[in-house]
Write a protein that binds this ligand. Sequence first.
Ligand SMILES: [Zn+2]
Length: 59
Amino acid sequence: MPMYEYRCRKCGRYFEMLRRMAEADRDLECPECRSGEVERLFSAFSTVGCGSPGSGRFT
Ligand SMILES: [Zn+2]
C-alpha cells in the first residue's frame, strides 16, 4: 500500500496515510480539525533520503 501525503485546506495541516490507490481520495478527514476539505499531494513516495530539492514545502 502506498503512502500518501495530504494537506488540509482548512487548517493547513500536513499528514500522511497509508491507503489503497483506489481509496486514496475517499473519505478523507483532517486529523486535526476533522474537516473533509483535504487535498492530496503528489510527493508521497519515500520521504527520507535524497529528498526533492526545490520543493520548499517546509520553508
Ligand atoms: Zn484541518
